[in-house]
Design a protein around this ligand. Structure first.
Ligand SMILES: Cc1cc2nc3c(=O)[nH]c(=O)nc-3n(C[C@H](O)[C@H](O)[C@H](O)COP(=O)(O)OP(=O)(O)OC[C@H]3O[C@@H](n4cnc5c(N)ncnc54)[C@H](O)[C@@H]3O)c2cc1C
Length: 374
């Protein structure tokens, strides 16, 4: 296996994928620059529910990659035992009490693939994980996945950037939009609207929802299923909930300062796009999400809005990650995925290794951007 640490690499995007790729490149001794249009961590990574999981039915390879994602977080947590921004207090999931309920089937599936799982009757939940109003849980029961957790991505990005800088990495924030330059059909560098021009042997395009558009600029299609998203954050409160809750009307996770972050499918559908292209949410949607959260929490506490955050949620069209080099464009690598919190550490690690060694990693074989080529 060759190891080319003499490479100069530019990573475009200061979200979790860009920063993770960059720190892993720096660990391999590569001269690496991160470029971000605005301040770092200003995209989807700043407003993620960031539930760390491999729940529900996905392809076997995607499940395996998400399990490796959880594994890397476990390793990180072992070195940061007292930190409040990365927790493994489990995840509790239930579905609506109607024909769409998949809980018994999901439980059997998770058992069959060896994913740690328990099916709990509503009345059994309090003995396993605190803070849930059992009356809100469907009679089919809830699945408790003890190995799941959550991360505060801005905290993680801050930690990784500290290491990146200590290893000699360079960050150019507030650069305006970056574009890739090609020469003789391969990557030659990056230029930005603020006037930076940097020569590079390779680039990692980790621009979240902008990845498909950027790939299209060099004639490559990446199927795009990006949606609108809304994350509501409450004011801190005294409440026993520790697990991440995934319920029919709201998902809830604790935050490092004792508040809750909330999202849901229905409130995402209600996100509006203004004439200038900016995303927003109505007071009615936000109040509705706070109410839904209160309904599933023990004691039905009054939840008070601290902040809300709207914007796109990057999702590939087929739901599976897109990681690796664009076919036919040497040096042009992309990283674009839905479960970017769960995959953040491992995907950056595997991509960095294969760029530096030149050896494709079999774990990423199913996730190449080339699957969208005609
Ligand atoms: C509401 C919500 C809930 C979620 N829940 C979960 C969950 O429970 N579990 C999970 O695993 N994942 C979850 N995700 C997904 C996860 O948060 C994302 O997959 C991940 O944060 C994406 O990170 P990224 O680095 O790809 O993109 P981003 O964080 O968006 O970073 C991309 C960066 O690139 C910059 N940029 C864009 N274009 C350019 C350009 N041309 N030049 C320079 N800079 C540029 C942007 O400003 C941004 O800073 C959720 C996401 C959202 C929004």
């Amino acid at each position: 296996m060759t190891h080319n640490s003499a490479l100069k690499i530019v990573v475009i995007g200061g979200g979790i994928f860009g920063v993770s790729s960059a720190v892993h490149l720096a660990r391999l001794g590569v001269e690496t620059t991160i470029i971000n249009d605005g301040p770092v961590a200003n995209g989807a990574s700043s407003r993620s529910l960031a539930w760390l999981n491999s729940a529900r039915k996905r392809s076997a390879v995607y499940h395996k990659l998400r399990m490796l994602g959880l594994d890397r977080y476990r390793t990180l947590a072992a070195g940061h035992a007292s930190d409040t921004w990365l927790r493994f207090d489990g995840g509790l999931t239930w579905d609506a009490d109607d024909a769409s309920n998949q809980i018994p089937e999901m439980f059997r599936h998770e058992q069959a693939i060896g994913y740690e799982t328990r099916l709990l009757a509503p009345s059994d939940i309090a003995a396993v994980t605190p803070g849930v109003d059992a009356r809100a849980v469907s009679p089919q029961g809830a699945i408790f996945n003890a190995g799941e957790g959550w991360v505060d991505l801005p905290s993680l990005i801050g930690l990784l950037l500290k290491e990146f800088l200590a290893r000699g990495g360079r960050i150019i924030a507030d650069s305006g939009r970056a574009e890739i330059t090609l020469a003789n059909g391969r990557v030659s560098g990056v230029k930005t609207t603020s006037g930076h021009a940097i020569a590079a042997d390779a680039v990692v395009v980790a621009t979240g929802p902008a990845v498909p558009r950027m790939a299209a600029e060099v004639g490559k299609r990446i199927g795009d299923g990006t949606t609108r998203a809304l994350l509501v954050v409450t004011k801190p409160l005294q409440h026993p909930l520790r697990a991440v809750l995934n319920t029919p009307r709201v998902a809830i996770r604790p935050t490092p300062n004792g508040a809750f972050a909330l999202d849901s499918a229905w409130s995402e559908d209600e996100v509006i796009v203004r004439d200038d292209g900016a995303y927003d949410a109505t007071p009615l949607t936000i109040a509705g999400l706070l109410d839904e959260a209160s309904n599933v929490l023990d004691g039905n506490p009054m939840l008070v809005l601290e902040s809300y955050h709207t914007g796109p949620k990057p999702i590939p069209a087929d739901g599976e990650p897109v990681i690796g080099q664009l076919t036919g464009i040497p040096g042009y690598h992309v990283i674009f995925s839905h479960s970017g919190a769960t995959l953040g550490l491992v995907a950056g690690e595997l991509l960095a290794e294969e760029i530096v060694t030149g050896t494709p990693n079999p774990m990423l074989a199913a996730f190449r951007p080339g699957r969208f080529d005609d």
